[in-house]
Design a protein around this ligand. Structure first.
Ligand SMILES: C[S@@+](CC[C@H](N)C(=O)[O-])C[C@H]1O[C@@H](n2cnc3c(N)ncnc32)[C@H](O)[C@@H]1O
Length: 392
């Protein structure tokens, strides 16, 4: 991990941007009596209108940005996801695809092209994106890559009231705000943010009831109290978010891909400093209180919490597995075998992509895929090779 002191310098414009957001957060802290919870802080630094990391016009994804995601570097990833979507659309006899948080639009473009190739195009490909800047990039990508399919694409401002098909999200769960907590003398403290002597500081208060109960619930499930000084995160906004998706889904599947773990591993003793990470120009570090609005902040996903949220919203668990097994189930091997039309460089690129996506030391095991289904009896092919739901 980079020390936050080793990060590249900010331009004057970036520094001014950070200062404008800092001012907004200071006002919020003052309004709230001198302290805000971490989730509110994270919400502001990522999504504050016009200033947050995802709401303002910084580059973010890709080689010139702060981090890369699977669809950016490996189109075969999106083709495999399309294969999973095609199976669901076939089982439903039609339907739409709704992508949440579509980044640069690469996944949408590659999925649409693959669904067309498989003659399984959805009636509509909908995108729900909180960032106006990214919406623009998504449209430009789709205009360039699949102009003839653009008429099927629509950007939504809110969830549809009734949806049938596949709702898919890659690396969106990890961007939902988390609360941080620390165990002190057996009590649960909330680790929030205050403004002190001219700088933002991490600051503890007795945890509010919802956070305290959640942490106690985790301890009950683990069968042991978390040790003193243990610091981690919980995503209290996850349940209402999944409930709203479940409420919109009439028939079909929610499919989430992200880095994360089952609860027992997420809150293991050795992970005592939590999973929070900040990304700035392809370096990562653990100080969320700097570079406000200019760096990404993420935390790993507790997939047990995702499954539980789905079940309590009336969904069924359609499967849980590693990204590697999911891609194998979606026949990544067939794409590798089908290289007759590729030149040598393209073949080398494809095998690099497959290694990146599937090797355990790369994305293969760190990333997981979970499906939550409603009114769908088909066994999903992405989980056919190995379903790890017993680990949740
Ligand atoms: C890490 S990026 C991933 C982008 C893209 N899915 C990819 O894999 O390249 C997170 C994305 O989630 C979006 N996002 C965050 N919260 C969201 C929400 N509540 N609903 C929809 N999109 C959201 C962000 O604007 C951004 O596009």
């Amino acid at each position: 991990m980079s020390a936050s002191g080793d990060l590249p310098e900010l331009s004057p414009a970036e520094a001014a941007h950070g200062e404008r957001l800092a001012e907004r957060i200071r006002e919020e802290i003052t309004r709230s009596g001198g302290w805000i919870g971490f989730a509110r802080f994270m919400e502001m630094v990522l999504y504050e209108p016009g200033l947050g990391y995802y709401s303002a016009g910084a580059c973010k994804l890709g080689a010139a940005g702060d981090f890369v995601t699977a669809p950016e570097v490996a189109p075969v990833f999106s083709r495999c996801l399309a294969t999973q979507c095609a199976q669901v659309l076939e089982a439903l006899g039609g339907g739409d695809v709704l992508e949440l948080g579509a980044g640069t639009g690469s996944m949408a473009a590659d999925m649409l092209a693959e669904l067309e190739r498989q003659q399984r195009l959805p009636a509509r490909y909908l995108i729900l994106e909180v960032s106006a800047d990214l919406r623009g990039r998504q449209r430009a990508t789709l205009e360039r890559a699949v102009p003839h399919l653009l008429e099927r694409v629509a950007w939504l401002d809110r969830l549809p009231e009734s949806f049938e098909g596949v709702i898919v999200a890659n690396e969106v769960l990890d961007a939902l705000p988390v609360e941080r907590f620390i165990i002190r003398g057996g009590a649960v403290n909330a680790l929030g943010v205050t403004w002190h002597f001219g700088r933002f500081e991490a600051s503890e208060v007795r945890a509010p009831v919802a956070l305290r109960e959640r942490v106690r619930g985790i301890e009950d499930e683990l069968g042991a109290a978390l040790p003193d000084h243990y610091t981690s995160e919980v995503r209290l906004g996850l349940e209402p978010w999944i409930a709203s998706l479940a409420g919109a889904l009439r028939r079909g599947v929610l499919l989430f891909v992200d880095y994360g773990l089952p609860r027992r591993e997420y809150y293991a003793a050795e992970r005592h400093t939590g999973t929070l990470l900040c990304h700035f120009r392809h370096r990562f570090h653990d100080d969320p209180l700097i570079r406000l609005g200019l760096q990404d902040i993420t935390a790993w996903v507790d997939f047990t919490a995702v499954a539980a949220a789905g079940l309590s919203s009336g969904l069924e668990l359609g499967g849980y597995t590693t990204q590697a097994h999911f891609l194998i189930g979606c026949d990544i091997a067939a794409y590798v075998a089908d290289v007759a039309d590729l030149d040598v460089v393209q073949r080398i690129n494809l095998s690099r992509q497959v290694m990146l996506l599937t090797l355990p030391g790369e994305m293969g095991e760190r990333f997981k895929v979970i499906a939550l289904a409603k009114d769908l009896s088909t066994a999903l092919r992405g989980f056919a090779t190995r379903d790890l739901r017993h680990m949740l």
